[in-house]
Write a protein that binds this ligand. Structure first.
Ligand code: F0G
Length: 482
């Protein structure tokens, strides 16, 4: 059991850890926040962290580390080749995933680049539950194409289905029949499906997906970056897995994949990544790219200190009291926002709390980036930095047209074990205020639009003077508060 029940019946995300090292935060006055947002081109990626109060941009590389993980960094074996640190990490990964071979890489997208280079030929298709930005960018960069096969229910923001990240098996069969298995590079299953609100995939669905792929001779690639939350959801939501340990669930999940890759900026509470597999031929095909792009085979571009921390972090991921913290805080935040009428993705998933920006700002045109406008407004209202997830995070089609994303979300990531409940409630308060004043918020226009991964460094401007109006209303309603 990972949940403590209160006698009062209240549901609290009780911390199963204590804070021993802290970082001072800075909360600028609302007028300065508006200026900082303008200087950042209304792109939360371009804010300086010193201007941010609660950094909910991402959980990537910013999860709290345990004392044990920090301590392990001190015993790292600094050597270019054959480091003992590498062998400790390799053996932990092989133990947890049940794999034989491991290739280290500096982060998740490096793994995606190597997989795309090795397996995707021009014209190939990669079916998946849902794309992730960098995964899609690497597949399209080498001439491949992505097909998203998530069940229709996954794209309905508000529901009570436990596994909205599941692949629609009929769509998968149809996709294979239509494209021909020889044109399918691999089937990609993304655990904890990022762009649809951190929604999990059931073990049953992974198993059935793998069966169909294998019947057709197609390899299965698991993106395990968000596996941590997905493991928690399998344990708590999938009846057949109630009696299994997290370790057993991990093995069962991984048994469905021919190749497992992950960003250790998410899985393992560190900064790094890697690719694990049992198939020697796949290993040999990818191996040569590691020294070429990442680093020698025993560090792959990672610091040995991070690798030691990752070994400990991966082991800690097997502890239910550790991995339940994120989902419990996310559910708490989502429930508090709902109490204030704010439309959020339900059921609450992993990674962070996701606000349905299309519904929040139903008056803002889809081509004026409602989720990005909301991200800008949330920063101005509270110094809280979130991330636009959808239309702006998409790529334009080759003909320049702009696909409107199926969902328009503002993600407020909750890096694990970083924020306290009062900080979450402060963010909820400011977003609740914003919701009351949502009619004031307008859209955004691009002023600088990069061709690739434009959400990282594109710059936008507000359409009209809505930000000035928002600041004036803040002063009127909240007085001289920061
Ligand atoms: N796969 C998933 C599911 C991810 O969420 C990410 C990163 C990656 C791959 C790429 O890993 O960043 O180490 O190169 N997600 C981060 C986020 C960036 O903020 O959601 P990376």
């Amino acid at each position: 059991m990972s949940e403590v029940k209160l006698f009062s019946g209240e549901k609290l995300p009780l911390e199963m850890h204590k804070v021993r090292v802290v970082q001072k935060l800075n909360l600028l006055p609302v007028e300065s926040r508006q200026k900082a947002m303008a200087a950042a081109g209304n792109n939360t990626f371009l804010l300086r962290n010193e201007d941010v109060f609660l950094d909910m941009l991402t959980d990537s590389g910013v999860n709290a580390m345990s004392d044990q993980a920090v301590a392990a960094m001190m015993v790292a074996d600094d050597s270019y080749a054959g480091s003992a640190t590498y062998y400790r990490l390799e053996s932990k990964i092989c133990e947890l995933f049940g794999t034989q071979y491991f290739l280290p890489a500096h982060q998740g997208r490096a793994c995606e680049s190597i997989l795309a280079e090795t397996f995707v030929k021009p014209g190939n298709v990669v079916p998946m539950n849902f794309h992730f930005t960098t995964a899609k960018a690497h597949i399209t960069r080498v001439g491949g194409r992505v097909e998203e096969l998530v069940s229709d229910a996954g794209l309905i923001p508000e529901s009570d289905l436990p596994f909205k990240g599941n692949i629609d098996l009929d769509k998968l069969r149809e996709c294979i029949a239509r494209n021909g298995s020889e044109n399918i590079a691999f089937v990609r299953i993304e655990a904890g499906t990022n762009l649809i609100g951190g929604q999990p995939v059931s073990l049953e669905n992974m198993t059935q997906t793998a069966q169909i792929a294998r019947e057709n001779g197609i390899p299965v690639v698991l993106d395990a970056s968000l596996l941590q939350d997905n493991l928690h959801f399998i344990k708590t939501r999938e009846a057949a897995c109630k009696g299994m340990t997290i370790r057993e669930i991990t093995r069962a999940v991984c048994a469905n994949a021919d190749i497992i890759y992950f960003s250790a900026r998410k899985l393992g509470f560190a900064r790094g990544g890697g690719i694990a597999m049992n198939n020697r031929e796949y290993y040999e095909r990818m191996k040569g790219l590691i020294p070429l792009f990442e680093g020698f085979l025993t560090y792959g571009g990672m610091s040995v200190r991070e690798m030691e921390a990752m070994t400990v972090g991966l082991e800690e991921t097997m502890d239910e009291t550790v991995i339940s913290q994120g989902p419990q805080f996310i559910e708490f935040m989502a429930t508090e926002l709902q109490k204030r009428g704010v439309p959020v993705v339900t059921p609450a998933g992993g990674l962070g709390c996701h606000i349905n920006a299309r519904k929040f700002l139903s008056h803002v045109d889809a081509h004026e980036y409602p989720a990005a406008a909301l991200a800008s407004a949330v920063y101005i209202a509270g110094g809280v930095r979130g991330m636009e997830r959808e239309t702006l995070s998409e790529q334009r089609e080759p003909d320049g047209t702009e696909p409107i994303a199926s969902m328009e979300l503002l993600r407020l990531a909750l890096p694990r074990r970083v924020f306290t409940m009062s900080q979450v409630l402060y963010a909820v308060d400011r977003i609740g205020w914003l919701y009351e004043n949502r009619h004031l918020i307008g859209g955004l226009n691009f002023v600088e639009e990069p061709a690739t991964l434009r959400f990282f460094f594109g710059r936008l401007e507000p359409i009209g003077d809505w930000q000035e109006q928002l600041v004036a209303k803040f002063r009127k309603d909240i007085g001289d508060s920061l």
